[in-house]
Design a protein around this ligand. Structure first.
Ligand code: GAR
Length: 208
C-alpha cells in the first residue's frame, strides 16, 4: 500500500477529508504521518483522534528555510513516504525540498490556478470581481503554485456572496477533489507529461 505524509499548518479540514476517505475505503493508502510547522494546529488533534502518528517541525527553530526543510526531509524519509500531501501547509518550499521529492508533492490551492496563486486565493479572486473561481490540485514544482494541474472545481461567485460564504463553498469542493486526486494517484493513473497531467483510464467495470 502506498504511504503518504500530510503537511499542515492549521485547522486541517482537508486532512480530515483525506482521513475520512481512507476510513471509508474510498482511498487505498496509508497516512504514515501528519507533520505541522505549528504545534497548535488543530489538524494534529484530528490526526491523533484517528491514531495517526504526528510530528511538529517548527520553522522558527531553524536559521534558514533550507535547515527547516532538511529537518522535514529527515522526518519524511525515516518513514519512507511515497507522496508528500500539502493540505493548508503555509510555508513556501525551496528547490532543495522540491527536487528531493521531484513529482512526489501534491498541493491544493483555493483558486483556479494560474490565477490568484500564493496566500488568500479566495479573497484575491473575490476582490478582483471574477464571476467564477474554485480550487485546484496540482503537483508542486519550483514556482509558487505553478506545477502541473491535476483537477479543478469551478464555482460561480453569487451576487450575495461574501469572502466567507465563497471560501466555505470552495472548501467544500476542496474536500471532494483532494481525495479524488489522491485516489487517481494511488491507482497509478496520473502521468506527468511536461506541464500536463494525463489521467489514464480506470479498470473497466469500476465506474471510473
Ligand atoms: C485550504 O483552503 C487550502 O486550500 C488553503 O488553506 C486552507 C487550509 O484549510 N491552502 C492555501 O492557501 C495554500 N496556498 P484546512 O487546514 O482546513 O485544510
Amino acid at each position: 500500500m502506498k504511504r503518504v505524509a500530510v503537511l499542515i499548518s492549521g485547522g486541517g479540514s482537508n486532512l480530515q477529508s483525506i482521513i475520512d476517505a481512507v476510513e471509508s475505503g474510498y482511498l487505498d493508502l496509508e497516512i504514515s504521518v501528519v507533520i505541522s510547522n505549528k504545534e497548535e494546529a488543530f489538524g494534529l488533534t484530528r490526526a491523533r483522534n484517528h491514531g495517526i502518528p504526528t510530528a511538529v517541525v517548527r520553522h522558527g527553530d531553524f536559521d534558514s528555510r533550507e535547515e527547516f526543510e532538511r529537518a522535514l526531509i529527515q522526518t519524511l524519509d525515516s518513514r519512507s513516504v511515497d507522496l508528500v500531501v500539502l493540505a493548508g501547509f503555509m510555508r513556501v518550499l525551496t528547490p532543495l525540498f522540491v527536487r528531493h521529492y521531484h513529482h512526489r508533492i501534491m498541493n491544493i490551492h483555493p483558486a483556479l490556478l494560474p490565477s490568484f496563486p500564493g496566500i488568500h486565493g479566495q479573497e484575491q479572486a473575490f476582490d478582483y470581481g471574477v464571476r467564477f473561481t474554485g480550487c485546484t490540485t496540482h503537483f508542486v514544482d519550483e514556482g509558487t503554485d505553478t506545477g502541473p494541474i491535476i483537477l479543478q472545481a469551478v464555482l460561480p461567485v453569487l451576487p450575495d456572496d461574501t469572502v466567507q460564504t465563497l471560501a466555505a463553498r470552495i472548501l467544500k469542493e476542496e474536500h471532494r477533489i483532494y481525495p479524488e486526486s489522491l485516489r487517481l494517484w494511488s491507482e497509478g493513473r496520473l502521468r506527468i507529461e511536461g506541464r500536463k497531467v494525463v489521467i489514464l483510464p480506470g479498470k473497466p467495470g469500476t465506474g471510473d
